[in-house]
Design a protein around this ligand. Structure first.
Ligand SMILES: Cc1cc2nc3c(=O)[nH]c(=O)nc-3n(C[C@H](O)[C@H](O)[C@H](O)COP(=O)(O)OP(=O)(O)OC[C@H]3O[C@@H](n4cnc5c(N)ncnc54)[C@H](O)[C@@H]3O)c2cc1C
Length: 251
């Protein structure tokens, strides 16, 4: 049974799915977003929100690469945070807080030293401020860090951060303000393909949602879709893994 037709159908309501839905809706497209659980409750809730780039030097091939994209993305986050605050009244917590990277004795081998050199070179080539600092500088920046075991340190003053739960909440509200149909508790079973074209998605209860375009934003669970695995077998290797992050008050 076909239950709806949208210009764009987004599967997965994390930061990526919500951003895609919001961007499409802003361009006047009708958008439906299908989320198996609740929007913004998975990686986009757990993420630490660090917006940073540790670029390697450019390859000789030239042209923009992954690190250029990353840097452009970080720059856009600042404007994005301002727009979301204006539109939703939610402060996503964008801050150019800077970062200090510490190297302990285990990283004081040829590989670790080589990495610092490459990082400094890569940053210089792309205008990312990155400076080698000593223990006294680390203490001045972060007085509660124990510096006795630190063999090297870098200061990257342009690193930024956001608060991922607030970011997802703001994106979800922005989507709703733009009339994106957000369906929570809606599990997609697979992409619906007919005559070699994506026509929409098949839901776990067998119903179908039709769409002009389908965007799969199911993050670490993307390996579950048979059609995608058939098109690109490596997708089958994507799976969620368990991890932990820790948030400490440093002052
Ligand atoms: C502990 C941790 C720390 C991190 N720290 C950082 C950091 O500091 N900086 C940084 O840039 N990144 C960080 N990340 C990575 C970042 O959080 C993720 O890259 C980002 O949130 C991914 O967003 P997503 O929308 O792709 O995934 P998710 O937020 O996981 O969204 C995918 C959504 O798809 C839904 N879904 C799955 N299957 C289906 C289905 N069949 N039907 C419908 N919906 C489905 C899920 O329920 C989920 O809501 C961190 C991640 C983790 C886990």
């Amino acid at each position: 049974m076909k239950v709806s037709v949208a210009d764009v159908l987004v599967a997965g309501g994390g930061a990526i799915g919500l951003s895609v839905a919001e961007a499409a809706a802003r361009r006047g497209l009708s958008v439906t977003l299908l989320e198996r659980e609740r929007v913004g409750a998975r990686a986009s809730w757990a993420g630490a929100g660090m917006l940073n780039c540790r670029p390697w030097p450019r390859t000789t091939r030239g042209g923009p690469d992954y690190f250029d994209l990353l840097l452009a993305s970080i720059r856009l986050h600042e404007q994005w945070a301002a727009r979301l605050l204006e539109e939703t009244d939610i402060d996503v917590g964008f801050r150019r807080c800077g970062a200090v990277e510490l190297y302990t004795p285990e990283r004081n081998d040829a590989k670790g030293v080589g990495q610092i050199g490459r990082l400094l070179e890569g940053c210089a080539a792309r205008g990312v401020r990155c400076q080698r600092i000593n223990a006294a500088d680390v203490k001045a920046l972060e007085p509660r860090v124990a510096v006795q075991d630190i063999v090297a340190a870098l200061h990257l003053p342009d690193d930024a951060q956001i608060r991922p739960p607030r970011f997802a909440r703001a994106l979800a509200l922005s989507c709703r303000q733009r009339e994106v149909v957000v369906n929570e508790g809606a599990a997609v079973a697979d992409v619906w393909i007919e005559d070699g074209q994506a026509r929409g998605v098949v839901m776990s209860d067998g119903t179908r949602h039709g769409a002009g375009s389908v965007v799969m934003c199911t993050g670490a669970w993307t390996g579950q879709f048979e059609t995608l695995r058939r098109l690109a077998p490596r997708i089958g290797r994507i799976e969620p893994v368990r991890g932990q992050s820790r948030c400490v008050r440093a002052w």
